[in-house]
Design a protein around this ligand. Structure first.
Ligand SMILES: NC(=O)c1ccc[n+]([C@@H]2O[C@H](COP(=O)([O-])OP(=O)(O)OC[C@H]3O[C@@H](n4cnc5c(N)ncnc54)[C@H](O)[C@@H]3O)[C@@H](O)[C@H]2O)c1
Length: 366
């Protein structure tokens, strides 16, 4: 059973620890939180000693790995302190709101040979995982485009925080890097590295949320195909959907109609495209009967949701600490995701196309 040094004792830390807490993989050895009462309550529930400073946490003997989940404004500093210990680290997203700062952390982690797992857990949601696996296992042929929507009624979260937690960091962050980072992570997994972005932004309501109210961004990937990312908080329903269009199939993920993962395949052979006896079918819908039958949707639904993703990302962390298996998403992943988020927002603000370098850093937006 490995011993954790918890840097932060908030809701997310508890949710993730709970996801595998009966399995005996880990136990809390020490905890530090800016809010000492929170750390004490946490230690009463999960065990471990309460540290009064970050230095005390870092210097506690016997810690095998660090677990960092804080206000996102505090993640980078926590990493700067823990990376030199050389022990595996889990850090929640977003690592920082600056891609340049994440680049510094990448170099620091490489210097100390410290593996860092980043909490992009939506790639572990069953429908996203199924789509990513499907693309890996089934040749898409030429990929045309990947398209995604992040729609929510942003007012709801803002109202709640203004009423109950006016100091909550959520009121001070833009949703593009803060929340949509999950979607950008998946977009990059589907599309590969991004080369340039062009955004149009709409801000209509004056409110204490720095996010744009509506943003549409066209993304050009290095592999040559197109992406589109649409964020809106001026929508009165929630949607986090993806559409993947390629030569051999089209995929829809959470794209309405109540189905989580839908596959439409292009009929494979000439016969399935035009039918065995095309000469007999004079009228148009009749002519395309086989085509329509072969591309009709295969629908896959899942009963699992966030608990499933939490368990998966935690088990990945267990494998990192216990077996030395490198995580799927690390600081380099976070660098690309934040670079893309930054470029998307900057393009809207500056009203120009923004290019990204080979590592995913936006160019020329100091
Ligand atoms: N991957 C996901 O799906 C997901 C879901 C929820 C939250 N999160 C992330 O988890 C993080 C924590 O969210 P939460 O909901 O647990 O918030 P929370 O407010 O419940 O907990 C944050 C804790 O960090 C502490 N803290 C803040 N700044 C600190 C500092 N400088 N030093 C030490 N402690 C500090 C606070 O006192 C608080 O106890 C956020 O960054 C959020 O983005 C990720």
């Amino acid at each position: 059973m490995f011993k954790l040094g918890c840097y932060g004792s908030g809701n997310r830390t508890k949710a993730l620890l709970d996801s595998l807490n009966q399995d005996g993989f880990y136990k809390v050895h020490a905890v530090y939180d800016l809010n000492i009462e929170s750390a004490e309550d946490f230690a009463a529930q999960y065990g471990g000693t309460v540290c009064k400073t970050p230095e005390e946490l870092i210097n506690t003997d016997g810690i095998d790995a660090f677990f960092i989940s804080l206000s996102p404004f505090a993640h980078a500093e926590a990493l700067r302190r823990t990376i030199p210990c050389g022990k595996p680290i889990f850090v929640e997203k977003p690592v920082s709101f600056s891609a340049a700062e994440i680049k510094e952390l990448v170099l620091l982690a490489e210097k100390y040979n410290t593996p860092v797992q980043v909490g992009f857990m939506r790639r572990f949601l069953p429908e996203n995982r199924a789509a990513l696996d499907f693309i890996k296992e089934n040749d898409p042929g030429r990929i045309f485009s990947v398209d995604c929507n992040w729609f929510h009624h942003g007012e709801e979260e803002m109202n709640y925080n203004l009423y109950h937690h006016p100091d909550n960091f959520r009121l001070h962050v833009s949703q593009i890097p803060f929340h949509c980072c999950h979607m950008l992570d998946i977009l990059l997994l589907m599309g590969g590295n991004a080369e340039k972005v062009t955004s149009l932004t709409t801000k209509v309501v004056d409110r204490p949320y720095p996010s744009p109210d509506d943003l549409i961004c066209n993304i050009q990937f290095t592999s040559g195909f197109n992406g589109r990312f649409h964020y809106s908080s001026m929508v009165y329903y929630n949607e986090m959907s993806y559409r993947f269009h390629a030569e051999n199939y089209s995929l829809k993920i959470d794209a309405g109609g109540g189905d989580m993962f839908v596959i439409h395949r292009r009929p494979r052979f000439k016969t399935s495209r035009i039918g065995s006896h095309p000469e007999l079918h004079k009228a148009s819908p009749d002519f395309n009967l086989t085509y329509n039958q072969f591309c009709a949707p295969q629908k896959v639904n899942f009963s699992q949701w966030l608990d499933w993703a939490n368990e998966n990302i935690m088990y990945e962390f267990v494998q990192l600490v216990r077996d030395g298996k490198m995580p799927e998403s690390d600081l380099r992943t976070a660098l690309r995701v934040q670079g893309l988020a930054e470029a998307i927002e900057a393009s809207g603000k500056l009203q120009k196309t923004i290019e990204l370098d080979d590592e995913g850093l936006p160019i020329g937006i100091e």
